[in-house]
Design a protein around this ligand. Structure first.
Ligand code: NAD
Ligand code: WQD
Length: 348
């Protein structure tokens, strides 16, 4: 029996695959490599010392995906596959709705057909929209502010309906706060395409010299230093949360949402200071206007996950910064090997 991991070549997926393999699970990975590289999976094999099947398949292709269910005995699914760039989702909403929602529908239809009714789904704190109160609990009002966020909200609702129609389903909806950091080996990590949208990969690229300076989006929020506050969570803690959620869906039925965060908020300026302190690198920055759509303060109440999953985030921001920097400095071009880059530049 195997765990199907969709989007397993991506940032959070690859870290979760390592934890699953280390814990003795058999896994099967499906990914179309739209925003990732198979090199991450090669390194997952290297880190875990274990092999697994990988299908380069688009979830939108039902026939291809069915082959995975035919060829493997799947007992549960961890569903990471999706597009996640907020700005892009505003420009290309149909692409996001089609990829994220239709992809999930095709997956869940096949799960139903093959009697696989256990799923752990990657949702996001973005489903809380502009929340009035912090810390944010799972029963806070929901409401997304962009197309990406609405795909997550709609998928959550679809999953609620699946459970209502058939109470054999067992569904864990994981609402991640701000995942950062990397595996402590420095072999896998976040590899954004182009200029990063998110804070930590931007900081690490400034530290490496690839980007000149960080722009801090707004210093007039009602926070300690005026800059935005978020709940940053180490990606390995997050990956371990998936194993706990998996144990839960294996042992019960139902549909439950869980916040995965630390419960602790840090401002942009605090993150820059922590990064500088633990890495010894300087991060030049300038204050600019607020980024449209941003909120001031967002951090979780993670006690439901602790109570019901037995999970708690253990790693602090120093470790998050150090691990993110180790990954960046060991892999200046992400998963693209230096040799490949040299070959490419010789060709052009
Ligand atoms: P990622 O882009 O690194 O990984 C997503 C993976 O899904 C990629 O490998 C991509 O190739 C694959 N994929 C996308 N569409 C697919 C399709 N139609 N068929 C097959 N594979 C497909 O992103 P990540 O940061 O690892 O995020 C994983 C999940 O967690 C996503 O669903 C994302 O929305 C969610 N999430 C991420 C964050 C974050 O800040 N990273 C926060 C909250 C939620
Ligand atoms: C963090 C803080 C910025 C970049 C996004 C998505 C969310 C979720 C996680 C998927 C904010 C500030 C950032 C920069 C800055 N993803 N910042 N300069 O916006 O909390 O959440 O990623 O589900 O849906 O919206 O994360 O890392 O972009 O920003 O000052 O160059 O850093 O304003 O306060 P965010 P982020």
């Amino acid at each position: 029996m195997a765990i199907l991991v969709t989007g397993g070549a991506g940032y959070i997926g690859s870290h979760t695959c390592v934890e699953l393999l280390n814990a003795g699970y058999e896994i099967v990975v499906v990914d179309n490599l739209a925003t990732s590289s198979s090199e991450s999976l090669r390194r997952v094999r290297e880190l875990s010392g274990k092999d697994f099947k990988f299908y380069q398949i688009d979830l939108l292709n039902r026939e291809d995906l069915e082959i995975v269910f035919k060829q493997n005995k799947i007992e549960a699914v961890i569903h990471f596959a999706g597009l996640k760039a907020v700005g892009e989702s505003v420009r290309l909403p149909l692409r996001y709705y089609h990829n994220n929602i239709t992809g999930t529908l095709v997956l869940c239809e096949l799960m139903q057909e093959y009697g696989v009714k256990r799923i752990v789904f990657s949702s996001s704190a973005t489903v809380y929209g502009i929340s009035e109160h912090v810390p944010i609990s799972e029963d806070a009002p929901l409401g997304a502010t962009n197309a990406y966020g609405r795909t997550k909200l709609m998928i959550e609702e679809i999953m609620q309906d699946m459970y209502v129609s058939d109470p054999i389903w067992s569904i864990a909806i994981l609402r991640y706060f701000n995942p950062i950091g990397a595996h402590s080996s420095g072999r896998i990590g976040e590899d954004p395409n182009g200029i990063p949208n998110n804070l930590m990969p931007y900081i690490t690229q400034v530290a490496a010299g690839g980007l000149k300076e960080l722009q801090i989006y707004g210093n007039d929020y009602p926070t300690l230093d005026g800059t935005g506050v978020r709940d940053y969570i180490h990606v390995v803690d997050l990956a371990q949360g998936h194993l706990k959620a998996l144990e839960k869906v294996m042992s019960t039925t139902g549909v439950e949402a869980y916040n995965l965060g630390t419960g602790q908020g840090y401002s942009v300026v605090e993150m820059v200071a922590a990064f500088e302190r633990v890495t010894g690198r300087r991060i030049p920055y300038k204050m600019t206007d607020r980024r449209p759509g941003d909120i001031g303060i967002c951090y979780s109440n993670p006690t439901k996950a602790e109570r019901e999953l037995g999970w708690i985030a253990e790693k602090g921001i120093d470790e998050m910064c150090l691990d993110a920097w180790r990954w960046q400095s060991n892999n200046p071009h992400g998963f693209q090997e230096e040799d490949n880059l040299l070959v490419e530049s010789n060709i052009s």
